[in-house]
Ligand binder design. Structure first.
Ligand code: TPP
Ligand code: MG
Length: 702
C-alpha cells in the first residue's frame, strides 16, 4: 500500500470513530487519497457524501449541515484557489461557532515556491478564523505514522467540536500528498505496521469534558427585566423559563429559537422603535444571549443608558451578557456590566395567586409589554392585510405562519430575516436558522440546502433575489447526490431592497446603480437550467398552494422595492400610533410619559410615576422560600453531541432511499425541536436550596 492511500484509509476511519457522519467534497486531483477513502466510507454506510462542483457552495453546504446537525462536518478540496473559495464559509463558521473540518489537499513542500502548477501558499490560509491550523506531514511509509494520523484526526475533531476547551468552530488541516495518489496494485510492498486503530472502534484519543461547571453569577430579581435573545445555538429553553419565572418579556430574534411561550413578543421591534413606549419601559436589568443585531432600536436598548441618546436609568442599569462560549460573548455596545456563563436569579417573587398568575396581571411590567405587543401586532396585521399586493413584510409574516409544524425555516440575510423578526408570532414547532455570524448574502442557497439535508422533515428558505443569484452554483446537484426537501422562496424585488431603508436612499442620483443594483434576471430560466421545479406566486392567497410539494424547488414572488419601503414607513407610523393609544389608556395621567429632549435633541429618560412604576411585585409580594433560577451557559451542544457514543450514532444511522442511490440518512427522533432533554441531565428546581435553586437543562442534538 502506498503512503497516500494508507493515510486516506486511517484518517477517514479515525474521523468516523470520532463521530463523523457527513462529508462534502469538490473534485480535484491532489485530494484523491481522501476523496476515495470518503467514498469507501459512504459505501460502508459510515458517512454520507455530498459532491459539489464549486468549493464555495461545497463549504456552505457543509456549514448548513453542521449548523443544523450540531456536529462537525468535513469539507475537502484540492490545492490552489479551490482552498481560497472555502474562506467565506470558514469565516461564518468562526463567527457562529459552527464545527467544520476544513481539509485542503496540497503539493508536498519540495514543489512549493517553484512555479509548480496549482500551488499557492495554503499555510494559515484562513488566518485567525480557525480554531486550529495544522500543516500535516507528507505521508511516509514508516512505523509510527498510523498513530500520528489517527491522533491528528482526533485532535482536529476535538478542536472543531469544542471538546478541546474553546468554542466550537472551524479547524484547518493542510494535507500534502506525494504521488502516487491512487491505490496501487497488489505488487506494492506491505505497509510497515498495522493500520488498525484502537480495539472496539474506540477513538485514538478521547477528550475529557472541559467544563461544564459554569460560574454562576448571582443576580437578584427585579421587576423591570427583559430577556434579549439574539441569533445563536444556546440553551434557549432555559432563558425562556427564566423569563417566565421572573415575569419578564422575551425579545427574541427568530433564529434564537426563543420566540415561544407566553412571554415571547411578536412585534417587539415596533415597541423598541417607539420612543414613548421605551421612555416609560426602560428595564433595570437586561439579560442578553447569543448575538443580537437586527435593528438599530435593538442596539439602542442594549447600549449604555444616557449615552448617545439611549434612554434608561443611567450607568446603574445592569446588563448581563450570557457568553456564547469560552472567550466569546456579544457586547458590541460595550455596555455589559457582567459577562457570565450562567446566572442564578435569586429572590424571585412567589407563585400566582389566581389562575392568570400575578405575572400576567394586566398592570404588571410584563402586562404592559404584552398589551403593547398585542396592539402592535393587530395594527401591523391590519396594514399588511390591506389590499392584495405582494409585499415583502406580508410575505415574511405569511410564510412563517404557513410552513408546517416540524419544518425548518431558513431566513436569508437582508430584509427576509428582518421582516420575519418584525412579524413572527411565537411558534414552538418551527426551527428557524440564519447565518448571522458575518451576515453575508453569500452561499445562502447552499447553506440552506445543507441545513435541509440534516433536517428530517420539510424545509423552507426565504431569501432575496441578489442572495439567490449570488449562489446560483449552489443549485447544481449531481444526479447521484442526496437531495434536500427544500422549497426556496425567492423574494425578487430586482435588487437590494434593504438599501431603500437606509441612508443612501436619500441620494436618488446614485442610488439605483450602486445600491439598488437591479439585474432583470429571469429566475425561471435559472431554475430550468438546473432542472428544478419553478412556480411564481402571483397573489398572497395562493401562498399555501405554492408551498406544497417536496424536493428541491423554487418559488418566486415579485415585489417592488419602493413600495416595500413606503409600506414599512406606513407600518411604523400605524403601529406607533397603536402603541401610543395603549399607553394613554393604561395611564390616564400619561402626561408623565412625555418625551423630553436634551440640548442635543436626544431623548432624555423620563421618570415615571404611578401604579406601574416598578413597585408591583417588588413590594408586598412574598420573596422568601421561592426558588431562583439558574440559566446554564449557552450550551455547547456540539460538545454534547460529540459525547454521544459512536455506536449510538450508528444506531441512529438509517437508510433513506429518497436520498439517492447508496445514500445514508440520519434518523432524528424529534423533528422540529432544537434538542431533547436527557432525563439524567435535567435537574429540576429544588426549593429550599439556599435562596436559589437550579434549572439546568443539558440538551443533546437530535
Ligand atoms: C457577501 C456579501 N456581499 C454584500 C453584502 C451587503 N449586502 C447586504 S444586504 C445586500 C442586498 C441583498 O439583496 P437581496 O438579496 O435581493 O435582499 P433584499 O435586500 O432585496 O431583501 C447586500 C449587497 C453582504 N451582506 N454580503
Ligand atoms: Mg432583493
Amino acid at each position: 500500500m502506498n503512503p497516500s492511500t494508507a493515510f486516506g484509509l486511517s484518517f477517514t476511519d479515525e474521523l468516523v470513530r470520532c463521530g463523523l457522519l457527513e462529508v462534502v467534497l469538490a473534485p480535484g486531483s491532489r485530494s484523491t487519497p481522501l476523496a476515495m477513502a470518503f467514498l469507501d466510507a459512504e459505501r460502508r454506510r459510515e458517512v454520507r457524501l455530498h459532491v459539489r462542483i464549486d468549493e464555495r457552495s461545497a463549504s456552505f453546504t457543509a456549514l448548513g449541515l453542521a449548523k443544523a446537525s450540531r456536529r462537525p462536518v468535513a469539507v475537502l478540496c484540492t490545492s490552489g484557489t479551490a482552498a481560497a473559495n472555502f474562506h467565506p464559509a470558514v469565516i461564518e463558521a468562526d463567527e457562529s461557532g459552527i464545527p467544520l473540518l476544513v481539509l485542503t489537499a496540497d503539493r508536498p513542500p519540495e514543489m512549493r515556491g517553484t512555479g509548480a502548477n496549482q500551488v499557492i501558499d495554503q499555510a494559515k490560509l484562513y488566518g485567525t478564523a480557525v480554531r486550529w491550523f495544522c500543516e500535516a506531514g507528507v505521508p511516509e511509509a514508516r512505523p509510527g505514522m498510523v498513530g500520528y494520523w489517527r491522533s491528528l484526526a482526533c485532535q482536529a475533531w476535538a478542536h472543531a467540536s469544542g471538546r478541546a476547551g474553546a468554542l466550537a468552530g472551524p479547524v484547518h488541516l493542510n494535507l500534502a500528498f506525494r504521488e502516487p495518489l491512487v491505490p496501487g496494485d497488489a505488487g506494492e510492498p506491505d505497509w510497515p505496521e498495522p493500520l488498525d486503530g484502537r480495539p472496539d472502534r474506540r477513538p485514538w484519543t478521547s477528550f475529557g469534558w472541559p467544563g461544564p461547571s459554569p460560574d454562576e453569577l448571582e443576580v437578584p430579581w427585579t421587576e423591570r427585566g427583559v430577556v434579549v435573545c439574539g441569533d445563536g445555538d444556546y440553551d434557549e429553553a432555559a432563558l425562556v423559563e427564566l423569563a417566565e419565572r421572573a415575569g419578564w418579556p422575551v425579545l427574541a430574534e427568530p433564529s434564537s429559537g426563543a420566540r415561544r411561550g407566553p412571554n415571547a413578543l411578536s412585534a417587539y421591534q415596533y415597541l423598541l422603535a417607539t420612543p414613548e413606549f421605551m421612555t416609560a419601559h426602560q428595564p433595570d436589568l437586561i439579560v442578553s444571549s447569543g448575538r443580537p443585531g437586527l435593528s438599530r432600536p435593538q442596539s439602542a436598548l442594549l447600549g449604555t443608558p444616557g449615552s448617545l441618546g439611549v434612554l434608561g436609568s443611567g450607568p446603574a442599569r445592569r446588563h448581563v451578557v450570557i457568553a456564547q462560549g469560552p472567550g466569546r460573548w456579544a457586547d458590541p455596545q460595550r455596555a455589559a456590566t457582567d459577562v457570565a456563563s450562567a446566572i442564578r436569579l435569586t429572590a424571585v417573587p412567589g407563585p400566582a395567586k389566581d389562575s392568570r398568575g400575578w405575572l400576567g396581571d394586566s398592570r404588571s411590567w410584563l402586562g404592559d409589554w404584552r398589551r403593547a405587543d398585542g396592539a402592535a401586532r393587530s395594527a401591523a396585521d391590519a396594514v399588511l392585510d390591506d389590499g392584495d399586493a405582494l409585499t415583502e413584510p406580508r410575505l415574511a409574516r405569511d410564510i412563517a405562519n404557513h410552513v408546517p409544524a416540524g419544518a425548518l425555516l431558513w431566513t436569508g440575510s437582508s430584509l427576509p430575516v428582518r421582516d420575519i423578526d418584525f412579524h413572527l408570532s411565537p411558534r414552538d414547532d418551527l426551527r428557524i436558522l440564519a447565518s448571522r455570524g458575518a451576515s453575508g448574502i453569500d452561499g445562502t442557497t447552499s447553506t440552506a440546502i445543507g441545513a435541509a439535508l440534516a433536517h428530517r422533515g420539510p424545509a423552507f428558505a426565504v431569501i432575496g433575489d441578489l442572495t439567490f443569484l449570488h449562489d446560483a452554483p449552489g443549485l447544481a446537484l449531481g444526479p447521484n447526490e442526496p437531495r434536500p426537501d427544500l422549497c426556496l422562496i425567492v423574494i425578487n424585488n430586482d435588487g437590494g431592497g434593504i438599501f431603500s431603508t437606509l441612508e443612501p436612499a436619500a441620494f436618488p442620483g446614485s442610488f439605483e446603480r450602486i445600491f439598488g443594483t437591479p439585474h432583470g434576471a429571469e429566475l425561471k430560466h435559472l431554475a430550468a437550467a438546473f432542472g428544478l421545479p419553478y412556480q411564481r406566486l402571483e397573489q398572497p392567497d395562493d401562498l399555501s398552494k405554492v408551498l406544497q410539494g417536496t424536493g428541491l424547488r423554487i418559488v418566486e414572488a415579485r415585489t417592488d422595492r419602493a413600495a416595500g419601503a413606503a409600506l414599512r414607513a406606513r407600518l411604523r407610523e400605524a403601529v406607533a400610533q397603536a402603541i401610543r393609544s395603549v399607553l394613554l389608556r393604561a395611564r390616564p395621567n400619561a402626561g408623565h410619559i412625555s418625551l423630553q429632549a436634551d440640548p442635543y435633541g436626544r431623548p432624555r429618560p423620563a421618570v415615571e410615576s404611578g401604579p406601574a412604576a416598578g413597585a408591583r411585585g417588588s413590594a408586598g409580594r412574598p420573596r422568601d422560600h421561592v426558588p431562583g433560577v439558574v440559566v446554564s451557559c449557552p450550551a455547547q451542544r456540539i460538545r454534547a453531541g460529540a459525547q454521544l457514543e459512536h455506536e449510538e450514532l450508528l444506531a441512529a444511522h438509517g437508510h433513506r432511499p429518497d436520498l439517492g442511490r447508496g445514500a445514508v440518512g440520519l434518523v432524528h427522533d424529534d423533528p422540529g425541536r432544537r434538542g431533547r432533554r436527557v432525563p439524567g441531565r435535567h435537574r429540576q428546581a429544588v426549593p429550599g436550596h439556599g435562596q436559589g435553586a437550579r434549572v439546568q437543562g443539558a440538551r443533546v442534538p437530535v
